[in-house]
Design a protein around this ligand. Structure first.
Ligand SMILES: C[S@@+](CC[C@H](N)C(=O)[O-])C[C@H]1O[C@@H](n2cnc3c(N)ncnc32)[C@H](O)[C@@H]1O
Length: 286
């Protein structure tokens, strides 16, 4: 299913404006594939009609669905093994040591898709740091797409999804079968709160976060959007917190506020650069 060049251009602009996602002309074929089900469910015949409807849509519902359909939601449990190894062996132990007095831990999966990322963290904590689950633990998951947030809340996954990256012993220990699907145990789901948050719009007031997972989403944005997100992250990440991005992403491509900390397996996490804050303090004092 194709669309006219002017429709495709209007669509790219709509998606950029609403989500920050940059769609290139080379991705026009993807647009057809991803919008076809929405064209059918809106009882329309063409993408041109759908985009017109999205533009004229007073409630913004169709427009939201169009943008959601064009976001890439690819994810899996324990995606990127070196990342989860570093979380287990270095990042979480360090945070647990630092927070053992206040017994509070906050983790944020900032583009959570259907929730496998935040539940992977929940299972990692329950398995390797069971005493921490008795602390005040907040595992927040946010995404642009309402449908993804609802899926995260449900904590329910198909056989195909649990076959991707989830160790069998975790499936047996942390899930219960529900008809042909699998649902995380209520005690793990209770630690996770999921909500809609568009990273490119002003964020609500957030508490300081000890570990931010911002993985595989910066790649879709232009540099100005990445910089705006890093600026907000700077005040949300706890002074001794960790920022984790995707393997193909780096905050250092856009700002020098975070320094890389190399860990086993070639994995890199980011932390506030102390001298970046020194500079900021000096500027404020001047
Ligand atoms: C490829 S998935 C990454 C999921 C997970 N972080 C991972 O690495 O497996 C990208 C997610 O970013 C979300 N996303 C795209 N633009 C966004 C925005 N402006 N604000 C919040 N989330 C966004 C998409 O809806 C999608 O679920």
């Amino acid at each position: 299913m194709t669309a006219s060049p002017s429709t495709l251009e209007a669509l790219r602009e709509m998606v950029r404006r609403d989500s920050g996602i940059i769609l290139s002309e080379e991705q026009d074929h993807l647009v057809g594939l991803r919008l076809r089900p929405l064209v059918a469910s809106c009882k329309l015949n063409t993408i041109d009609e759908l985009v017109r409807l999205a533009h004229d849509d007073g409630t913004n519902d169709v427009r939201r669905l169009v943008v959601s359909a064009l976001a890439t939601n690819e994810t899996s449990f324990f995606r990127d093994a070196p990342c989860f190894r570093a979380l287990r062996e270095v990042v979480v132990p360090e945070l647990v040591r630092a927070r053992s007095g206040e017994r509070k831990l906050r983790v944020w999966s900032a583009a959570c898709s259907s929730g496998q990322e935040i539940y992977s963290v929940a299972m990692l904590l329950a398995d390797a740091f069971p005493h921490v689950m008795g602390w005040d633990v907040e595992l927040a998951a946010t995404d642009l797409c309402r449908e993804m947030v609802e899926r995260t809340k449900s904590g329910t996954y198909t056989q195909l999804e649990v076959n991707r990256g989830l160790p069998v012993r975790y499936l047996a220990r942390f899930f219960e079968p529900k008809r042909s699907e699998w649902t995380l145990l209520p005690e793990l789901r209770a630690k996770v709160s999921a909500s809609v948050l568009n990273l490119t719009r002003p964020w609500p007031a957030l508490k300081k976060v000890d570990l931010v997972l911002l993985r595989n989403v910066l790649i879709y944005f232009d540099d100005a959007t990445k910089l705006a997100i890093m600026t907000r992250l700077r005040s949300v990440l706890a002074p001794d917190g960790f920022l984790v991005v995707g393997a193909a992403e780096s905050p250092r491509q856009i700002c020098n506020w975070f320094e890389a900390e190399a860990m086993a397996g070639g994995f890199v996490a980011y932390r506030h650069r102390p001298d970046a804050h020194e500079g900021e303090r000096e500027r404020r004092m001047r």
